[in-house]
Design a protein around this ligand. Sequence first.
Ligand code: DAH
Length: 351
Amino acid sequence: MNDLAELIAAAETDFAAAPTPAELENAKARFLGKSGRLTEMLKALGALSIEEKKTRGAEINQAKQRIEALLTARRDALAEAEMNRQLQAEALDVTLPGRQRGGGSLHPVSRTIERIEAIFASMGFDVAEGPEIETDWMSFTALNNPENHPARSMQDTFYVDMKDEQGRWLNLRPHTSPMQVRYARAHAARHAQALAAGQPMPEVRVIAPGRVFRVDSDATHSPMFHQIEGLWLGENVSFKDLKVVFASLVREFFETDDFDVRFRPSFFPFTEPSAEIDISFRSGPLAGRWLEVAGSGQVHPNVVRNFGLDPEQQIGFAFGIGADRFAMLRYGIDDLRLMFDGDLRFLSQFA
Ligand code: DAH
């Protein structure tokens, strides 16, 4: 190996060994700098003859070009390595899903109540809401419950440690039926005016959805659940109208015509006669079973009187829908407790 080949090899090794651009510049100086090895060789040319100068000069120039090329290659390599290091450090995985706040969604019971409200609104029903803490009179007495009715007992009803003006314990309403009383009484003045003016009686047509509370808890009972109360009073409102209203509700809510509705005789103190409303689908997973979905009946004259209305003038029906039941039937949910556990794995299925 001649001295120039050796010089090139040394430069290549030195450049490769320089880990940073600064050290590479130091290595460059050792070869191409003012007193670098190649520069020294050029200076030595002066001592040679013209002929020797030509050949040796050309060889040295070639070696110089080679070393400069090696230098450029190493500079590029170091710059690229630095760029890669930075890219690594600032790596951003654009394929990761963004961190967002969950969108949230309506609870299946809320959806159910909203749907039922819209269906009743289309049939001319008002939507009313009222208190969850009730007086004894609203929850029981006004609704024609005898003083010793079991619904009043401590076993069924949650009581609040506070008394009303009559000195009776307040209760967590065990049903939405007090809303019949509150709504009808609030509208009794309208009726009195119409009567005095000899005008036709305005009808009472309302639903009242909301939470209700009972001392009860298992797969089919929750201490808190939801009802939708309904009341329709007029001069001539009958069970036939109730059946039409209910069939419309079922048809629109479940989006099918393929079902039957039946009234099964029952008892409630605030209605006479009273009936449970059952529905049965003729097809689908629930086909053939009678499913109880509401209590109902013709509003008892005593209750109409407690509304502040005249039972001779106002007749009609009331009903209490199990809203959770409707939700479970629509979405195929088989355990009531799932509805109130707040488990996102369950709830997000309704998003
Ligand atoms: N309040 C009853 C209950 O909770 C349901 C009910 C039955 C409501 C008949 C009514 C009705 O309005 O007419 O079991």
